[in-house]
Design a protein around this ligand. Structure first.
Ligand code: CIR
Length: 277
């Protein structure tokens, strides 16, 4: 599968509201400042509004009060073209979130639906589809066995590359896609490792240019057609991203995600974006 820049225009998107239990979700480290739930809700609502103005079909999956992290819907499934893969999430606490997501995907008539099965584990936050390649983070939440399964599923469509995530939660905590040829990478130890992995691969090194941003969390951006959604509150990274957008005539939209970041979320993790033609 080779997608051009028109692939940046998604036709569909799945989102899921914040449950009332959101504050109880998993966290990499204990919080110094607690989550402000009201503000988290407003930030998420604004995120969904932004998606509504860029994606024709935004589908709300029913909220799941038993799973405080359910708003981080990206982790539950991958959808590329007519193929969906339902995750077996790396954290036991989150298993079950994928059930309603799978139902929503089935309702859309997506033809090929696969499940990751043991010993594979996979979180969608470790999956970066650039339009040309599928990069899969080997992390605390995703393993080599899942990558083997993805290689089999996508063998006639997209090359799959495993990339170690040496620090942090997910691959997309340190890298995301600006366009099919440009990756945004956090200037940190694990970001540098990702960049090295790409540069040392003979096929990949000429395919991607890498733009580093000083704040790792700001490396998680969401491309919505001719707009780039970035996180507010990281002025140095914002300057780099704004400059890049100017060069490519891309509009910048900023969103403060402070309360979702406290739960280790970011921009990509609150949606599953894809195109059905
Ligand atoms: C978790 O630990 O699973 C959630 N608190 C955060 C998940 C964020 N997911 C993502 O960035 N794809």
């Amino acid at each position: 599968m080779r997608l051009d820049s028109s692939s940046l225009l998604h036709t569909h998107c799945l989102v899921r509201d914040l449950p009332r239990s959101f504050e109880l979700g998993l966290k990499q480290s204990p919080l110094i400042v607690p989550i402000d739930s009201q503000l988290a809700k407003r930030q998420h609502d604004t995120y969904v509004q932004i998606l509504n103005s860029h994606v024709p079909n935004v589908i709300q999956v029913e909220v799941d009060e038993n799973h405080p992290d359910c708003c981080f819907i990206e982790d539950t499934a991958i959808v590329i073209g007519n193929t969906a893969v339902i995750s077996l999430m790396g954290s036991m606490e989150r298993r079950g979130e994928e059930v309603k997501v799978k139902e929503a995907i089935q309702k859309l008539g997506i033809k090929n639906i696969f499940n990751i099965h043991p010993p594979g584990i996979l979180d969608g936050g470790d999956v970066l589809f650039t339009g040309k390649d599928l990069f899969i983070g080997i992390s605390k939440r995703t393993n080599r066995a899942a990558i083997d399964q993805l290689e089999e599923i996508f063998k006639d469509e997209v090359p799959v590359y495993g990339i170690p995530v040496v620090e942090g939660l997910h691959l997309k905590s340190i890298v995301s896609s600006f366009d099919p040829n440009t990756l945004i990478v956090g200037a940190c130890h694990s970001g540098a490792y990702v960049a090295e992995e790409i540069k040392k691969n003979a096929t990949l090194k000429d395919r991607y240019s890498i733009v580093f941003v000083p704040d790792p969390v700001a490396s998680n951006v969401l491309r919505l057609g001719s707009t780039l959604l970035i996180q507010e509150g990281y002025p140095m990274s914002e300057a780099v991203l704004t400059d890049l957008c100017k060069k490519h005539q891309v509009q910048v939209t900023r969103l403060n995600m402070s309360e979702l970041i406290k739960a280790d979320g970011a921009l990509t993790c609150c949606s599953i974006l894809f195109s059905i033609h």
